[in-house]
Write a protein that binds this ligand. Structure first.
Ligand code: FAD
Length: 536
């Protein structure tokens, strides 16, 4: 039976994924309540998330598509207008004369690009879009402490909210007279856990369902740095343009064996940079931080000049050195009452720039399932079940791809084999689109193909390419063999000896026969001279 009243949607976490989920629910007329642990990030007094989250992210098709599907084109335009296009990677290095080098690698043969976006701005714009809607209530400073998925109840600890201060430091409102946290209870029809990698909703869901859960840390830490605008640095590179210290339309990479440094442009003409390196490098530099400049000059030539030696040192010491977590779990839901989205369901290493994009895509996919089946509580259970069935393999797939892309970013970008494959796939995609060839990167970043299908399609594509490459080697080799055979027979030898010669494992015997017929004797070992059959 269809529900008479609008379902109550409870969203936990007002990060990018939670804010978008609230908007999707609100657009469908649901009664939406959002509970967020921190203060409202639109308040100047709220501690920014920057101390745990990268400020600049790469927004790509999946994220944009999820925003587009809200149907709010004004919102999408505001978000896109505050992004910087990145058409490709700029690979930084040094030649054998210690001269700095830059090599631009376009992301996509059709000119499609990533967009650098300020995470906080994106989050604020999404919160603005839901705030004030008659069917949405936002509760900041509320921490989820418990959930009963059967009784459809959740409990929150409400932190005493301190109001913003005036310029002279006086508080505009009294701090709540009772400074202790208060517990409140909320009821829901559906709870969405959008509360990040260390999700409380997930933790409580595990008590209700047999959830497989896997969490791992890679042995790489990250630390953020900032490259100031060109005018602020005395040593901007020749490629600096438009007030940026270096090319603004690239994602800059300084690759190295087991570490890398990247820089992403911002609309304020700075670059947000990230050092990714093994934990032992961090330990050594923390012990002797005067070595930071030397470390950068050896491993990422030219990068320190863009930041400035003093700043480099300061930022390394002041900014946190953070781990990279990867989470896989299944299922993502319980019955018809709860589901986890975004990092709560699939935190991943950031090397494909897909964490947030995948989280925003979760919202689109979830509501597609709900739209077709949600009109009753039973229907919602079916919808969540089919959502998990579709989304778990995709979440696992992008998790694996993200990990694998670390190699591509710090080593693959310089591997000839990788570059050859990229060129062939791009050529086929551009000149022979009917072949359906496309690089893995463009499928992940510029399409909405399911991540799990990207893996299987690319594997199939790889086999065809490998077959093609083999054929390009084998066909000339076989033509040569036929010609050689013909000459061989002309020289009066029998086909039998030649066949033996070409018969895989019998090759040494065949060669031995050939050699003895040519008057040679000892052909053991690898150093022998193969005499060409004489012609008549
Ligand atoms: P979060 O952003 O973590 O938000 C969760 C929210 O829940 C927070 O506001 C938190 O305060 C709140 N919360 C937590 N616990 C509770 C509780 N108990 N009660 C109530 N509220 C709670 N992704 C990309 O797509 N592109 C990139 O280029 C990219 N680069 C990255 C670079 C780095 C170095 C890192 C670390 C990540 C990167 N990511 C990138 C990933 C991206 O940051 C995350 O995937 C994204 O922020 C996840 O959004 P979310 O809303 O799911 O979770």
């Amino acid at each position: 039976m269809a529900e008479t009243s609008k379902p109550r949607l409870l969203v936990v976490g007002a990060g990018p994924v939670g804010a978008l989920a609230a908007l999707y629910g609100a657009k469908r007329g649901w009664e939406v309540e959002v509970y967020e642990l921190r203060g409202d990030l639109r308040d100047a007094s709220t501690t920014p998330l920057n101390f745990t989250k990268s400020i600049n992210l790469a927004l790509s098709e999946r994220g944009i598509n999820a925003l587009r599907q809200t149907g709010d084109h004004r919102l999408l335009n505001i978000i896109l207008s505050e992004t910087v296009p990145m058409y490709g990677r700029m690979i930084h290095g040094q030649d054998k004369h210690a001269k700095l080098t830059e090599e631009s690698q376009q992301y996509d043969v059709h000119g499609r690009y990533l967009r650098a976006v300020d995470r906080a701005n994106l989050n604020k714009t999404l919160l603005d879009a839901v705030d004030g809607l008659p069917n949405v209530k936002l509760h900041f400073n509320h921490k989820l402490t418990g959930t009963d998925f059967r009784k459809r109840k959740a409990w929150f600890e409400q932190k005493a909210s301190r109001k913003p201060q005036t310029a002279d430091g006086a508080q505009t409102h009294q701090v709540q007279s009772d400074d202790r946290a208060k517990e409140i209870e909320a009821v829901f029809d559906l709870i969405l856990g959008c509360d990040g990698a260390h999700s409380s909703v997930r933790f409580h869901m595990m008590k209700f369902t047999r959830m497989d859960y896997q969490q791992s840390y890679i042995d790489t830490l990250w630390c953020e740095f900032t490259i100031p605008p060109a005018s602020d640095t005395s040593s901007s590179t020749s490629s600096g343009e438009d007030g940026f210290a270096t090319s603004p339309n690239h994602l800059h990479i300084w690759p190295n064996a087991d570490k890398m440094f990247i820089a992403i442009p911002s609309i304020d003409k700075t670059f947000t940079c990230t050092l990714f390196a093994p934990s032992v490098d961090f330990t050594n530099l923390e012990k002797s931080s005067s070595d930071v400049l030397k470390y950068f000059n050896i491993n990422f030539p030219g990068a320190a000049d863009l930041i400035g030696g003093k700043e480099l040192h300061k930022q390394f010491n002041e900014n946190p050195h953070l781990p990279l977590i990867s989470v896989k779990c299944s299922p993502h839901h319980f019955g018809g009452s709860g589901v986890i989205l975004g990092d709560a369901a699939h935190a991943m290493v950031p090397f494909y720039g897909q964490g947030m994009n995948a989280g925003l895509e979760d919202v689109r996919v979830l509501f597609e399932h709900l739209d077709t089946q949600h009109s009753t509580a039973d229907g919602r259970a079916l919808a969540l079940n089919s959502y998990t069935k579709e989304r778990v393999p995709d979440a696992h797939a992008i998790n694996d791809l993200a990990l694998a892309n670390y190699w591509e970013m710090h080593a693959g970008v310089r591997s000839p084999l990788y570059l050859v494959r990229k060129k062939i796939e791009e050529f086929l995609n551009d000149k022979l689109p009917s072949t359906g060839f496309a690089t893995q990167y463009s499928r992940v970043s510029f399409s909405n193909q399911r991540y799990s299908e990207v893996i299987s399609t690319v594997a199939r594509q790889g086999k065809i390419l490998f077959g093609g490459m083999l054929a390009t080697v084998l066909i000339p080799a076989m033509s040569w063999a036929v010609w050689w055979l013909w000459r061989w027979r002309q020289a009066g030898h029998t086909t039998e000896t030649a066949t033996k010669y070409f018969a895989g494992l019998g090759i040494l015997d065949a060669v031995r026969t050939v050699m003895s017929s040519n008057g040679e004797r000892d052909i053991e070992g690898l150093s022998f001279t193969l005499q060409y059959p004489r012609s008549n």
